[in-house]
Design a protein around this ligand. Structure first.
Ligand SMILES: Nc1ncnc2c1ncn2[C@@H]1O[C@H](COP(=O)(O)OP(=O)(O)OP(=O)(O)O)[C@@H](O)[C@H]1O
Length: 289
């Protein structure tokens, strides 16, 4: 039986028990002749892992996310999601793969304003051709602490609540991978901590199996915030279109200390002194209402 207890340490990066959820081999992306946004990225992210991607402005983070999520095609190299080579898929098949096997969380929430929270969560199931399973939507809304707000529309929810709906929407299809682009960028520190705790829980102890192998969720998150990155199992640092280093959380449970280490690495990459890291949230802020 699957161990639902909170995992200690870092998942086995490299070849995992079920192959990789995300695999990039020699991925380059050029714009025109001169701009090399990605210069040959190789990585393998196991199922049930939480990876943060950081790097200075212009280092290639967005390009990486777009290529890894099948929203853009690399100039050369291969991207595999759950063993499927995205380069072998035409646009229609790529769209189906994104709808059925990927989840997305954006800085600006991107909920449909005319739909209720429940309808927003049901949308990916509808688009994937499944019957609208309201009980499933209710379970995922409850998971993010919004069981009571299923009938509200986005304009009746706070920013943090909207992002929780977006997270439930990303989780509901049990995707191979969730790609999160600055998911806490528009939130205050306490609300951001709640979202990060929910992301961590989706990886470590989801109420039901996520992904095709019954592990926790697999998350790839681009962020500028060392405190957000400190919640991940591993941080990948991009510089000038290439992976410039990694930092593993290991058994570290001390978010502020990990965030300070991450900020130091970022400072070394940018050549600027580390920006002050957000103060640690009060423990009460970590608990999701
Ligand atoms: N559509 C495009 N056409 C031309 N150049 C582009 C395009 N998109 C990105 N670039 C360039 O590719 C490089 C990487 O850009 P990218 O947006 O991936 O970086 P980033 O790390 O996400 O930056 P930021 O943190 O500022 O969002 C930059 O030099 C950028 O100017």
């Amino acid at each position: 039986m699957r161990d639902r207890t909170r995992r200690q340490g870092t998942p086995p990066y490299g070849p995992g028990a079920y192959g990789a959820a995300v695999e990039l081999r020699g991925v380059t992306r050029r714009y025109g002749r001169g701009v090399h946004a990605l210069r040959g990225v190789d990585l393998s992210l196991p199922y049930g892992s939480f990876t943060a991607v950081m790097g200075p402005s212009g280092s290639g983070k967005s390009t990486f996310l777009q290529c890894a999520a099948g929203l853009d095609r690399p100039t050369s190299g291969t991207v595999r999601l759950g063993g499927t080579d995205l380069g072998a898929l035409n646009e229609n098949k790529l769209t189906v793969l994104r709808r059925t096997r990927l989840g997305f969380v954006f800085q600006s929430f991107n909920l449909l304003p005319s739909l209720t929270a429940e309808q927003n969560v049901l949308l990916p199931l509808r688009l994937a051709g499944h019957r609208p399973d309201r009980a499933r939507a209710a379970r995922f809304l409850a998971q993010v602490g919004l069981g009571e707000h299923a009938a509200r529309r986005p304009d009746q929810l706070s920013g943090g609540q909207q992002q929780r709906v977006a997270l439930a929407r990303a989780l509901v299809t049990a995707p191979d991978v969730i790609f999160a682009d600055e998911p806490t960028g528009a939130l205050d520190t306490g609300t951001a901590a709640q979202i990060l705790t929910l992301l961590r829980t989706a990886v470590d102890a989801p109420p039901e199996p996520m992904g095709p192998h019954g592990t926790g969720a697999t998350i790839v998150m681009v962020t500028h915030d060392p405190t957000a990155a400190a919640h991940a199992d591993r941080v990948l640092f991009l510089a000038d279109g290439a992976i410039a280093g990694t930092l593993d959380r290991g058994d570290e449970r001390d978010i502020p200390r990990t965030a300070a280490r991450i900020a130091d690495r970022m400072a070394a990459l940018t050549g600027r002194p580390p920006r002050p890291v957000h103060p640690a949230p009060h423990p009460a802020e970590e608990a999701v209402a």
